[in-house]
Design a binder for this molecule. Structure first.
Ligand code: F6P
Length: 545
């Protein structure tokens, strides 16, 4: 909050980018490729097992130079170094931001308030691994002596989205004898359906909550305890069927979980940056400590690249700056993330929290309302399904929608020609989006003149393509860290705090005020607006009928 910096829009590079945009915004991708036969190989970058092709973006060499200059003028490198050094860059919560320490090797030193936190991180990882081995060996027994084979992670937001995304992404590597479920929604339907076919004697709940106060998680954890006790009839059973992942030992104990069954983390890990803390316990149970280590190594590979590579050859920085170019200069409102791998079904949903909870801000670090666009709306779903749903609008609609395509050279499940068909679609889509089809081409195909305009594709739709060899834990770690650092760079340029989330507070507070109004026997005095009052009355009138 104390940070004083010239407004982003007063920085020389910003002004230069505005002028540059005026001069170049009519230049098409077709023209850019025609001018430079090497563009498709030149505007690429390899790091941490990932290959990024950013050539199909509406950028020239000058655009990229100015964007890098903007990042430098905005102090991105200094902010990056401050983050890695454990400075309290989350100023509104007075916290360091050190998810990078979660994947630092044992030999590393990362100081927070005069303490090297790396041994703490590895102590928890070792305990997680020990527990995971017992569950995976079927030597962790439930209260009645049966091995645990069902694992239900209860958590929401960062305590759910990361584990569920990574579990689905790495299911290929999972112990198929274990059933993994994830319960997040306070809607009781999710819990009921998740446990419907499970035997409580064989079921372990992992209650994952940084604060251990989140309404949804506490409600689900309470129902899980009741469900367990209804079958096992003994409070002692809780110790074999519940573990907690949290920073709040007092609340864990109060809930009735033995703190010996608690895996901790720290306030310098933000919820949406916590999937590689103990919050990843469910994933480690599924894929095993060895593969989990590989995942952490992938994160670390990308951390090292981000920390050391110059901005012009820095993958997270480039993704960030190109994205910002569309957000702030082309007024693009959204980014579609389109993974062409069925295992990545939850990747876009995961990125929604990572990006939108981080950069959905409109006040700068020094407390001023921004005069430019900040974080985009993130959306998407795996290809090719999206092609038969919303791609029409991306190709021929009126909105500019930059897209990140993600694909793998090798599939984990080789089945006839499926993978070639899948990847042909990746390459075809980015080609079609970039270069389109002109009226002349359509007419030359013999399409009648009155139909031809409907068949024209303007092209000039920008895409990034991210390609990796195979979806391994290590590659997934690198991919996640890539987007974490991308979000960081954008937040740093926009001069906002990417690490708080005050925007989710008001709704939480109002909901806790409304709960007793819904449940009171006598009609309560309602002091909301007339709409909210009427909705509450209607609900009360029909409730339980
Ligand atoms: O959505 C708000 C939020 O605080 C997220 O940042 C966090 O990931 C989620 O709630 C869950 O919080 P907790 O892990 O404390 O239950």
């Amino acid at each position: 909050m104390t940070e004083q910096r010239p407004s982003l829009t007063d920085l020389p590079a910003w002004k230069a980018l505005q002028a540059h945009h005026q001069q170049t915004h009519d230049t098409t991708l077709g023209e850019l490729f025609a001018q430079d036969a090497t563009r498709g190989e030149r505007l690429t970058l390899e790091a941490a097992g990932l290959y990024l092709d950013y050539s199909k973006n509406r950028v020239t060499d000058d655009t990229l130079k100015l964007l890098v200059q903007l990042a430098q003028e905005a102090g991105v490198e200094q902010k990056r170094d401050a983050m890695f050094a454990g400075e309290k860059i989350n100023v509104t919560e007075d916290r360091a931001v050190l998810h990078t320490a979660l994947r630092a090797p044992r030999s590393a030193t990362v100081m927070v308030d005069g303490r090297n936190v790396v041994p703490d991180v590895h102590e928890v990882l070792d305990r997680m691994a020990d527990f995971a081995r017992q569950v995976r060996d079927r030597t962790w027994l439930g209260h009645t002596g049966k091995p645990i084979t069902n694992i239900v992670n209860i958590g929401i937001g960062g305590s759910d989205l990361g584990p569920v995304m990574a579990y689905r992404a790495l299911e290929f590597y999972a112990d198929r004898g274990l059933t993994l479920r994830f319960v997040s929604n306070v809607d009781g339907t999710e819990f009921v359906e998740a446990v419907r076919d499970l035997n409580p004697e064989e079921t372990l709940f992992i209650v994952s909550s940084k604060t251990f106060t989140t309404q949804e998680t506490m409600a689900n954890a309470g129902s899980a305890r009741a469900w367990t006790l209804a079958a096992l009839h003994d409070d002692v059973a809780i110790a074999r069927h519940f573990v907690a992942v949290s920073t709040n030992a007092t609340a864990v104990q109060k809930f009735g979980i033995d703190t010996r069954n608690m895996f901790g983390f720290w306030d310098w890990v933000g919820g949406r940056y916590s999937m590689d803390s103990a919050i990843g316990l469910s994933l480690m149970l599924a894929i095993g400590p060895g593969q989990y280590e590989e995942l952490l190594a992938g994160f670390h590979d990308m951390d090292e690249h981000f920390r050391t590579a110059p901005l012009h050859a820095n993958m997270p920085a480039l993704l960030a700056l190109i994205g910002l170019w569309y957000d702030d200069f082309y007024d693009a409102q959204t980014l579609a993330v389109l993974p062409y791998d069925h295992y990545l079904s939850q990747f876009s949903a995961y990125l929604q929290q990572l990006d939108m909870e981080s950069n959905g801000k409109h006040v700068t670090l020094d407390g001023h309302t921004v005069t430019y666009q900040t974080g985009p709306v993130i959306w998407g779903q795996p290809g090719t399904n999206g092609q038969h749903a919303f791609y029409q609008l991306i190709h021929q609609g009126t909105k500019l929608i930059p897209c990140d395509f993600i694909g793998f050279v090798n599939t984990l499940n080789l089945l006839g020609e499926h993978h070639d068909l899948l990847m042909a679609n990746v390459f075809a889509q980015t080609e079609a989006l970039a270069f389109g089809k002109t009226l002349d081409q359509v007419l030359a195909e013999g399409v009648p003149a009155d139909l031809a305009p409907h068949r024209v594709f303007d092209g000039n739709r920008p895409t990034n393509t991210l390609l990796a060899d195979t979806l391994t834990p290590r590659v997934l770690g690198a991919m996640i860290a890539l987007y974490e650092h991308k979000v960081f760079v954008q937040g740093a340029v926009w001069n906002i705090n990417s690490f708080d989330q005050w925007g989710v507070e008001l709704g939480k507070v109002l909901a806790s005020r409304i709960v007793p109004e819904l449940q009171a026997d006598a009609a309560p005095d309602l002091t909301h607006d007339s709409s909210t009052n009427a909705l509450i009355r209607r609900y009360r009138a029909g409730r339980g009928r």
